[in-house]
Design a protein. Structure first.
Length: 460
């Protein structure tokens, strides 16, 4: 045993604890990862060697001051760690839970290859969760109001990141969302077993305490028109996400019991949040999920928790071609998803208008192998091939430029990052970059807020 605290990683193994083993944890929708206890957080934090040139920090899209907040935690200065964590990230407790750390900070950690990365995500989650439990809130007592008003459209991570920075700079912020709760995909897309909704409820209280006003159940373009907002506010931020499901025009999509991934997940989330009386239910069914991205993994795992008889996930690529989170894939596998690789779905077949099978063919070098076609019997199919942009008809009328693919054109230069062709309007998150990550949406929202402050000549 080494006595030198700097070499604690030799004595303390990396540990990320799950609540239960795969087959057992599908009995409920609770979060899969256990929160760290105080002693565990301190031990895991002690594995960081504060390596001087922190690759973790560079790889993190918002450049969190990781070794600095780990050190504060070790010294027992929890509230300062929470304050520092909020200097770079508007939703650290969310990112701690669902960032793909294996591809970002932890993947880049100096310790990753030989000793196991520092458990940065669990520590990040521990700091904010515990600080909130102990009554900590961001200190907004010194903020001076600046007589400027901004409307944020969309309360997903991009909108929330933008609102956070603006309100901290004295700007009055109203966040509009067509949904009945804040969070965007955090609330209505991502399942509970990755992110419990109490986390977002708590965050809403924190933002309200900071002075952000939420105008929910209000769709811009329908309940209120953009020209009215342009009149009323000094600037507008758009963080409306991407919501057009890609379905590959597969024959048979109109059969009963065929859904898109997001429709399925939204129905389950809305049901669990009591916004509707029932959900798409896969209990005792043979379910096929087409696609193998993060949304597909969430569908597999949701169906298993609903009590599906068998969940088969079909992907046209090989196992090593997965581009989503490795952690989500491993969890889906652990929990009982049956994966079939290098299979191309060719058609959904049905009887009396209801889906009964998926006709597939085996692929070799992107070609279907002759004679390999077969029909996999199913009771329900979930198509999850990703998302395309969903530009609103009022973008063009209001001089908000879009690319030929439907994404919003926003400045990427440092000076007014996020500004659209209409100089009063800024944008960020999935609607600018295409469907991506929570942390990149937060990053865009915060950057756009800095641009709005420059545009409104607030501060230096
Ligand atoms: P959104 O979160 O989509 O928010 C947009 C908001 O705008 C919504 O609330 C919507 O109601 C509102 N809105 C839209 N139009 C209007 C209008 N006209 N008027 C008023 N309001 C409007 N990322 C990760 O980092 N880790 C993960 O594990 C992960 N898992 C995912 C799982 C699923 C199933 C999905 C679908 C995505 C996942 N992502 C994950 C991606 C992540 O959720 C998104 O990248 C992120 O939420 C994008 O944030 P956003 O603010 O740009 O958009
Ligand atoms: Fe600590 Fe790993 Fe970051 Fe180095 S790379 S500062 S060891 S968390």
């Amino acid at each position: 045993m080494s006595d030198d605290k700097h070499f604690n990683f030799l004595n303390v193994p990396r540990e990320v604890q799950k609540t239960q083993t795969g087959p057992k944890r599908i009995a409920n929708f609770r979060e899969v990862y256990k929160p760290l206890k105080e002693i565990e957080a301190s031990q895991q934090a002690s594995r960081c060697i504060d390596c001087g040139n922190p690759y973790c920090e560079w790889k993190c899209p918002v450049h969190n001051h990781i070794p600095a907040w780990i050190k504060l935690l070790q010294k027992g200065r929890l509230f300062e760690a929470a304050e520092l964590s909020h200097q770079t990230n508007s939703l650290p407790e969310v990112c701690g839970r669902i960032c793909p750390q294996d591809r970002l900070c932890e993947g880049a950690c100096t310790m990753n290859n030989d000793f196991g990365a520092v458990t940065i995500g669990s520590i990040e989650k521990y700091i904010t969760d515990t600080a909130f439990e102990l009554g900590w809130m961001p200190d907004v007592s010194g903020i001076k109001k600046v007589n400027k008003r901004v409307a944020v459209i969309g309360s997903g991570p991009a909108g929330l990141g933008c609102a956070d920075i603006l309100v901290r700079n004295g700007v009055a912020v109203d966040v509009y969302d067509k949904s009945p709760e804040i969070g965007g995909l955090l609330t209505f897309g991502i399942p509970n077993f990755k992110l419990e909704k109490e986390v977002i409820e708590k965050r809403r209280k924190v933002f309200k305490h900071m002075g952000i006003k939420f105008k929910l159940n209000t769709e811009v373009g329908k309940d209120i028109l953009l020209p009215e907002l342009l009149e009323k506010y000094d600037a507008i931020f758009l963080g409306m996400g991407t919501y057009t499901a890609i379905t590959g025009d597969l024959p048979g999509l109109d059969l009963k019991n065929v859904h898109t991934g997001l429709d399925y997940l939204v129905s389950v989330n809305r049901f669990q949040l009591h916004y509707q009386d029932s959900a798409i239910d896969t209990k005792n069914e043979r379910v096929v999920v087409l696609g193998a991205g993060d949304t597909a993994m969430d569908c597999n795992r949701t169906a298993l928790r609903q009590g599906a008889e068998k969940v088969t996930c079909i992907h046209r690529g090989a196992m090593n071609s997965l581009r989503g989170s490795n952690r989500d894939f491993m969890n889906a596998q652990d929990e009982g998803t049956h994966f079939m690789w290098r299979l191309q779905a060719l058609e959904l077949v049905g009887k009396h208008g209801k889906v009964t099978g998926v006709r597939v063919g085996e692929l070799k070098n992107s070609e279907i192998i002759q004679g390999s076609e077969k029909v996999i019997p199913v009771d329900r199919v979930i198509v999850s091939f990703g998302f395309a942009p969903s530009p609103a008809p009022w973008f063009v009328e209001n001089n908000i430029g879009i690319t030929k693919n439907g994404l919003i054109q926003a400045q990427s230069s440092r000076r007014l990052r996020g500004q659209t062709a209409n100089e009063q309007i800024f944008a960020g998150g999935d609607m600018v970059r295409g469907s991506d990550l929570v942390v990149t949406a937060v990053f865009d929202g915060r950057n756009a807020a800095e641009s709005i402050l420059k545009y409104l000549e607030v501060g230096d």
